[in-house]
Ligand binder design. Structure first.
Ligand code: FAD
Length: 313
């Protein structure tokens, strides 16, 4: 039986493995369906991971040394997709489809995936002007005009964040009312740098080999389409949490989730089920940053170790 099974090999999963093995656990396997590294490997530039700063540093370059360090202390990696995690008696079963592995503890680090809006050019310019993270990419547009697509809490909070950095922020929203909390709407409305373009959606993003140059906006109230010339567009139309491994055969969830499907954890990354931890973008209130995912992983790795020692498993 494994001491600990880690599901997902992004910053959270890798760091969980590092701390669990370096702390003394012997049988720790990280199941990652692709190459280790996680979603940050899609990023063309990362500037906010402390201690590793170089102009033009890509996410791939940031993550490249992580697996060797994390595996140096005994973490094993298997390139396999986990289908389901179940609790059976005092241990867990990790279902890999054609085999089932038993584990004393499980750390789920499967991350989340920001939704795409689906307009023409969105994929083409993703990472070249189109972004889903203001904290990650807002600084690249310091003093410039940008646009935000969406009308929920995240969209307006990120618009306010961008207004501190950029010269102007256009918020493009398909309705003339907002899903965001009223105080957030009020703050955004009062901000002189934020201009709302309502009853509107993006038909197309355009640009050239250097990146995004602007978006074509269409209106649902009969107004003529318009072009907005901006080098940065931030899309906030929802987020899919990769929580499917926690779904049980009867449709219930292995542990408590919030309305958005994020795993409810305490400050020690404990889920509602003893011995089961969630770390990184998958958990409630995740800041969705590499440094935070790594921190969560470290905490969860240490907690798995304590759990096994405490229960003399
Ligand atoms: P992830 O990195 O999402 O890793 C989850 C891993 O789990 C994936 O590798 C996935 O393949 C694997 N997985 C999922 N389901 C299964 C399964 N069933 N079985 C096995 N494996 C599974 N953050 C910053 O701090 N600064 C930035 O500048 C920055 N820029 C970004 C730019 C882009 C384009 C993107 C997409 C993200 C950016 N982020 C940035 C956010 C950062 O990448 C995430 O917050 C961080 O990677 C989350 O780490 P994680 O380990 O929780 O999840």
């Amino acid at each position: 039986m494994l001491d600990c099974a880690i599901v997902g090999g992004g910053p959270a999963g890798l760091t969980a493995g590092l701390y669990a093995t370096r702390g003394g656990l012997k049988e720790v396997v990280m199941y990652e369906k692709g190459m280790p590294g996680g979603q940050i490997t899609q990023s063309s530039e990362i500037e906010n991971y402390p201690g590793v700063f170089r102009e033009g540093l890509t996410g791939m370059e940031l993550m490249e040394p992580w697996p060797a360090q994390c595996m140096h202390f005994g973490l094993k990696h298997e390139m396999k997709e986990v289908k389901q995690v179940r609790k059976v008696g005092d241990h867990f079963e990790v279902d890999l489809g054609n085999e089932t592995v038993e584990a004393k503890t499980v750390i789920v680090c499967t991350g989340s995936t920001p939704r795409r809006a689906g307009f023409k050019g969105e994929d083409e310019y993703f990472g070249k002007g189109v972004s889903t993270c203001a904290t990650c990419d807002g600084f690249f547009y310091k003093g410039k005009e940008v646009a935000v697509l969406g009308g929920g809490d995240t969209a307006l909070e990120e618009a306010l964040y961008l207004a501190n950095i950029c010269s102007k922020v256009y918020v493009i929203h398909r309705r003339d009312s907002f899903r965001a909390a009223p105080p957030t709407v009020e703050r955004a409305m009062k901000n002189e740098k934020i201009e709302f373009i309502l009853n509107a959606s993006i038909e197309e993003a355009f640009g050239d080999a250097m990146g995004l140059q602007g978006v074509k906006i269409v209106f649902n109230d009969g107004r003529e389409p318009m072009e907005l010339h901006v080098p940065g567009l931030f899309v906030f139309v929802g987020n899919d949490v990769n929580n499917q491994v926690l779904r049980q055969d009867d449709g219930s969830w292995l542990c408590d989730l919030n309305e958005q499907g994020e795993v409810i954890v305490d400050l020690n990354m404990h889920s509602s089920v003893p011995g089961l931890y969630a770390a990184g973008d998958l958990r409630i209130q995740a800041p969705k940053q590499v440094v935070c995912a790594a921190s969560d992983g470290a905490i969860a790795g240490m907690q798995a170790l304590h759990y096994i020692q405490e229960h003399e498993l």
